[in-house]
Design a protein around this ligand. Sequence first.
Ligand code: THU
Length: 139
Amino acid sequence: MGRNEELIELAMDARRIAYAPYSKFKVGAALLGSNGVIYMGCNVENASYPATNCAERTAIFSAVAEGQTEFEAIAIVGGNEDASELDFCAPCGICRQVMREFCDPDTFEIIVAKSTTEYKVFTLADLLPESFGPEKLDK
Ligand code: THU
């Protein structure tokens, strides 16, 4: 099993513990840090709907909270909790922008998966062209 397949399996594990009682749409993410550590994330919904956090941001914020701010790739799986098979679940615009804060647009890989055998790989630049990032603020 290669790196992408391992990340997809871990994203599926994370999806199982998603807290999505309102939408019933469960998402899991597995984020590979440049340190080799994999950080997991799931969506965490809230009765006040806008307070919801997506799986991708949960993984990124969890990593940053542990001191890791450089990343290589993220695998994402999502779908209705009752779905017998998953469709592709691409990251939302807010999550793409959060990735842009920490990830190199040309090399960071976003693995959007239905399964370990059916997945698409994009760079961040593919999914967020002409983006606004930290260097604009001289960071
Ligand atoms: N969601 C994610 O976790 N990631 C995405 O990329 C798309 C949407 C979550 C947010 C919410 O809990 C549910 O899916 C429905 O929007």
